[in-house]
Design a protein around this ligand. Structure first.
Ligand code: AP5
Length: 209
């Protein structure tokens, strides 16, 4: 199974990708996570990505495409995967069929006015990488290891507004691209996490199994 999860910043792509990967034994390939690992490791890609991400801008297509292609070529990806955060531009979407055929593209719809709250309420555990919504979770401590949760550098209201702007200009056109290819389904991301997962599972079972 080769799936793509699309949606604006904060729509729940990462949250849902984790849950669906666990259910079907797929590999979660998140370009945002991969870039943050490069930043942490202070590589050349990380230095470039860090500046762009903290301004809410996209990392250049050629850098991200190479990173994803190398990841897809790794052995564990043979069991199937979810691409989360890729493709994000039409150029990236047009490159993908040179490497793989996508089975299903899931677009997670959430009204724009809700997204800013999800983003500014997001905290993650630096140790376990678990992501929380503190409006729901309430405590700023990780349930699993007890460490203090942290805010992502690009989750400030100012940077989030720029990310929404970039999403509308650069990523929304991909929806038309995949609609024309008849592989796109929309799910309602404005429900509790479990209900969104159930809707995605129904679409996968109709479209891929
Ligand atoms: P990336 O990390 O991919 O960020 P994003 O697309 O902006 O998405 P987010 O991670 O913000 O949100 P999400 O949809 O995964 O939501 P989540 O599940 O966390 O990319 C970061 C940056 O890297 C980009 O800006 C760009 O610079 C660069 N980049 C990445 N890929 C690139 C590419 N292909 N090309 C170029 N540049 C690239 O959920 C959000 C919050 O809501 C959490 O707190 C969660 O707990 C909560 N939540 C989730 N679902 C629900 C629900 N149903 N109800 C209530 N709360 C919920």
């Amino acid at each position: 199974m080769k799936l793509v999860f699309l949606g604006p910043p904060g729509a729940g792509k990462g949250t849902q990708a984790e849950r669906i990967c666990e259910k079907y034994g797929l590999v979660h390939i998140s370009t945002g996570d991969m870039l943050r690992e490069q930043i942490e490791a202070q590589t050349d890609i990380g230095r470039l990505a860090g500046e762009l991400i903290n301004r809410g801008e996209l990392v250049p297509d050629e850098v991200v495409i190479r990173m994803v292609m190398d990841r897809i070529a790794m052995n564990d990806a043979n069991r199937g995967f979810i691409l989360d955060g890729f493709p994000r531009t039409v150029a990236q979407a047009e490159k993908l069929p040179e490497f793989i055929d996508v089975d299903l593209v899931v677009n997670i719809d959430v009204p724009m006015e809700k997204l800013i709250h999800r983003i500014t309420n997001r905290r993650s555990c630096p140790h376990c990488d678990i992501v929380y919504n503190i409006a729901v979770h309430k405590a700023e401590i990780c349930d699993k290891c007890g460490r203090q949760l942290v805010l992502r550098d690009d989750d400030t209201p100012e940077v989030a507004m720029e990310r929404f702007h970039v999403y509308r200009a650069r990523t929304l056109p991909i929806i038309n691209y995949y609609e024309a290819k008849n592989v796109l389904v929309h799910v309602n991301g404005d429900q509790v996490v479990e209900a969104v997962t159930d809707e995605i599972v129904r679409e996968i079972e109709k479209g891929c199994l």
